[in-house]
Design a protein around this ligand. Structure first.
Ligand code: NAD
Length: 366
């Protein structure tokens, strides 16, 4: 049964990690290492069943293969989950036990922060393995990725405007930004630097006030964001906001934002395409975060990070080209770009067999 599932999803390896004393129940899923070691975050969640945890780690690790491939990284896709409540079940022993399992994979899987995990948890993991990114800046880590993700989102926007309007004049267009959190607020600042008209909404009223008072945005209601006359809809909060209800209300020509899983379903993605909207696939646009942590592997450098974010422009442009070439929606074109890259590069390289710790330059463990 499990091997049937793995055959369908294409996973290379799934590791069940157990340590009774530490209370560790974790699963590490390595989806594909053709491009390089698998990189993807560790999620801690009180899964209702083991099956739910397995489904999640398989789905998320596969997603990382596509994201890392489109981002042009020499990295494959992996992910890990710890079954537990992040509010109650965290301990030094738990994360060190997890770190030892990561280390045993000898670099085939590199971990990072995801939902339920913070930089302090990563310190414990880092005690046991070098195969970890998203560690604190004092250890040579990269710190908060949000400004980079926002800058990357701007690159995706430039490519989208070019595909739709044939120019990249950010200030000429109007924007509906949903979510003024870590990424959204930084993105708003970039848009306002170009004097663009920006509508904003957030469930956090203070953030909306800040966007209006400090950055000159126009506040709209939570639901009203779908009815504005903005040229660009920019989801920077939740997933699934492009759905049957909202799509018929959107008046924009371009959809480009940082949120994960923006399309409620593939059918909605098809409909977006039929309506002639220019949808910049979320995982290509918001790759700034993973690009940023990937640089920790060779020694983090801010300038290299900014340079790398600019490649999002080429990636998103290429996706629009493939969509046109093959007459397919852009969400499928993004998958095709990932598969083409894995296939082409895969012919040049053997599956990755693990890196040695010394290639993790510039960082000190304890
Ligand atoms: P965040 O939590 O700082 O910001 C999200 C904001 O959305 C919050 O201010 C929240 O109040 C608001 N929000 C929640 N529900 C809302 C709703 N219904 N309507 C309007 N606003 C709502 O998170 P973030 O780090 O800014 O990430 C934003 C999105 O980008 C997420 O989907 C995240 O997965 C994705 N993303 C972030 C990064 C990164 O570098 N932080 C990287 C890749 C993807």
């Amino acid at each position: 049964m499990i091997f049937e599932t793995l055959a369908k999803s294409g996973h290379e390896e799934v590791v069940f990690c157990h340590n009774k004393d530490a209370g560790l129940k974790a699963i590490i899923a390595i989806h594909n290492t053709v491009l390089g070691p698998s990189l993807g975050g560790l999620r801690m969640w009180p899964y209702k069943s083991e099956q739910e945890a397995i489904n999640d780690v398989l789905r998320l690790s596969r997603g990382m293969t596509y994201k890392n491939a489109v981002a042009g990284l020499n990295l494959g896709g992996g992910k890990a989950v710890i079954i537990g409540d992040p509010a109650k079940d965290k301990s030094e022993a738990l994360f060190r036990a997890f770190g030892r399992f990561v280390n045993s994979l000898n670099g085939r899987y590199i971990t990072a922060e995801d939902v339920g995990i913070d930089v302090n948890d990563m310190e414990w993991v880092f005690r046991e393995t070098s195969f970890v990114t998203g560690v604190h800046q004092v250890h040579g880590g990269s710190g908060d990725p949000s400004p980079f993700t926002a800058f990357g989102t701007l690159q995706g926007l430039l490519a989208s405007l070019n595909a739709c309007y044939g120019n990249e004049d950010v200030g000429k267009y109007s924007y509906a930004v949903q979510g003024a959190g870590h990424v959204g607020m930084e993105f708003i600042k970039l848009l306002r630097e170009h004097d663009a008209k920006v509508y904003v909404t957030d469930i956090n009223k203070e953030l909306v006030e800040r966007a209006v008072d400090d950055h000159g945005c126009i506040a709209v209601g939570l639901d009203e964001i779908y009815d504005t006359d903005a040229d660009v809809y920019s989801p920077c909060a939740l997933g699934g906001t492009i759905n049957e209800d909202t799509l018929k209300r959107l008046k924009c020509k371009v959809i480009c934002g940082a949120a994960n899983n923006q399309l409620a379903s593939n059918e909605i993605g098809d409909e977006v395409s039929r309506l002639g909207l220019f949808y910049a696939p979320d995982y290509a646009v918001n790759a700034g975060g993973v690009m940023n942590i990937s640089l920790e592997i060779d020694g983090y450098n801010r300038e290299r990070a900014m340079r790398m974010m600019r490649t999002i422009y080429q990636n998103v442009s290429r996706i629009f080209e493939i969509a046109k070439r093959d007459s397919i929606p852009t969400y499928l074109a993004a998958d095709r770009l990932a598969e083409e890259r894995i296939s082409t590069i895969g012919k040049l390289r053997l599956p990755h067999l693990g890196v040695t710790a010394p290639s993790f330059h510039g960082r000190r463990g304890n």
